[in-house]
Design a protein around this ligand. Structure first.
Ligand code: DSN
Length: 412
């Protein structure tokens, strides 16, 4: 594999191979990452990368698009079947561009939106001031409880008082089920437009293991590479009445040529998502995150909200007087990859934090189950407890490498 890259560019090849080694010899626990299927890698490296196909199936601005039309049509059809939505646009390059397309379809500059802020678990594209969404729109926050759960009653009171034009329901860091129906009822009361951002939980929703906001939400956006395990990219779903306007916003509004090799890969993963084995995979993601949360709790860690309903859990490090930054760095030293994460009322800034987000999609893709989660929980505990003992960390790293190699992410 990668022989042509080696010939053309030895510099890039060297780092590609180093990354190949890193992926196979570390324990990947970043909640938004995964190891995609080989078929998806093939699709993304395929000849579908060669063609411009601006426009939509049957209405392209370039000749020679007939096979691309077939693939995009099937991707849309499968998306509608899997997520039970009325319309799908599979051209969004990313989750942020998917959200941008929705905002540009229904909002004017200066409009008020309601969403979780970054430190509540929301995403940059949910109105953060450094992002276009925070520069163009005026974001008010969803209300959260001290224990990390969404406070639906207070959110409703605030929404009635503030009357946002659009409510974004979804998170990058929320370990519990989201009550989409409750938000629907809130939005109905104030006539707000509803957008669910299901990027993190798309795989669970596809497998019917998490409530689905379709079809009673106006818009649903997702990425395709997290729990869904597909290519890096985005999808936008909406009710029929918004379909034409949304498609126009995506192209020619905010994007040019669609990445047809990625749309090919989206079609493939959406087919996979209909299968029994995909549901089993998603069930195992849940079993693994629940086991990891329980084991870490038994080992003396505080878990934000007390546990998890999805693919992630969040360690609250305040009682241990540790920061997310130092734990992330310690774990990286032994080959365990996680990310620091802000927690409600975090005394530390986002670059330091008092939390750690841990997710199980990637380790589950490597075939790990409950037994392995117990071993990983112990690795985490030992690394943190003996974080100042460099010799110990070195020997633990060796153990992690040996363990990880038993579950190859990919074989050359
Ligand atoms: N950056 C992603 C995450 O880690 O959750 C969201 O896009």
């Amino acid at each position: 594999m990668y022989e042509e890259i080696k010939k053309l560019d030895p510099f890039s090849y060297k780092f590609l191979m180093k990354e190949f080694e890193r992926q196979n010899t570390t324990i990947e626990l970043i909640a938004s990452e995964n190891f995609t299927y080989k078929a998806i890698l093939e699709a993304q490296g395929s000849i579908f990368t060669n063609k411009y196909a601006e426009g939509y199936p049957g209405k392209r601005y370039y000749g020679g698009c007939k096979y691309y039309d077939e693939v995009e049509r099937i991707a849309i059809k499968r998306c509608k079947e899997v997520f039970k939505c009325e319309h799908a646009n599979v051209q969004a390059h990313s989750g942020t561009q998917a959200n941008m397309a929705v905002y540009f379809t229904v909002l004017e500059k200066g409009d008020k939106i309601m969403a979780m802020s970054l430190n509540q678990g929301g995403h940059l594209s949910h109105g953060h001031k450094v992002n276009f969404s925070g520069k163009f729109y005026n974001r008010i926050s969803i209300e959260m409880r001290e224990d990390g759960f969404i406070d639906y009653d207070k959110t409703e009171e605030k929404a009635i008082k503030e009357k946002p034009k659009l409510i974004v329901v979804g998170a990058s860091s929320y370990p519990r089920k989201i009550d989409f129906k409750r938000f629907y009822k809130i939005a109905k009361k104030i006539n707000a437009i509803l957008l669910a951002d299901i990027a993190h939980i798309a795989g669970l929703i596809a497998a019917e293991l998490h409530p689905n906001p379709n079809p009673y939400y106006d818009f649903v956006t997702t990425t395709t590479h997290k729990t869904l395990r597909g290519p890096r990219g985005g999808i936008i779903m909406c009710r029929k009445e918004y379909a034409n306007q949304l498609d126009k916003t995506v192209f020619p509004g905010i994007q040019g040529g669609p990445l047809m090799h990625v749309i090919l890969a989206k079609a493939i993963v959406l087919n996979e998502a209909k299968k029994k084995r995909f549901k089993k995979y998603q069930e195992q993601i849940l079993k693994n995150s629940k086991t990891l949360a329980k084991e870490l709790k038994n080992l003396g860690f505080d878990i934000l909200t007390g546990g998890t309903d999805n693919h992630m859990l969040i360690l609250d490090l305040r009682r241990k007087k540790l920061t997310g930054k130092e734990v992330e760095e310690t774990l990286e030293e032994v080959g365990i990859t996680v990310n620091k994460n802000v927690i409600p009322n975090d005394p530390n800034p986002p670059a330091i934090t008092s939390g750690i987000r841990i997710g199980t999609p990637a380790v589950t893709s490597r075939g790990m189950k409950e037994k392995e989660m117990k071993i990983i929980a112990n690795f985490i505990k030992e690394a943190i407890e003996k974080r100042n003992d460099k010799k110990f960390l070195k020997s633990l790293k060796e153990k992690v490498i040996k363990f990880a190699k038993n579950y190859p992410a990919y074989i050359l």
